[in-house]
Write a protein that binds this ligand. Structure first.
Ligand SMILES: [Zn+2]
Length: 65
């Protein structure tokens, strides 16, 4: 028996080989799938915290007048 391909800690089992469990099989598959994409790191816009509208005292509460 070979160790699990994914976690390399437990022995692979016949039902899920070369993995020790369905969990490891799924995780390994997930790695392959996500590894195919270059997922960009979504950074928040630098100006998001300095929105002038947020603290504008002259902004009318409502404009029905
Ligand atoms: Zn495993």
């Amino acid at each position: 028996m070979k160790p699990c391909t994914y976690c390399k800690k437990k022995q692979a089992v016949e039902a899920f080989k070369p993995f020790c469990s369905k969990r490891c099989a799924d995780l390994d598959l997930g790695q392959w799938l996500t590894g195919g994409y270059a997922i960009p790191t979504l950074e928040p816009a630098p100006s998001a915290h300095e929105n002038p509208e947020e603290s504008d005292p002259y902004r009318p509460a409502n404009d029905h007048e």
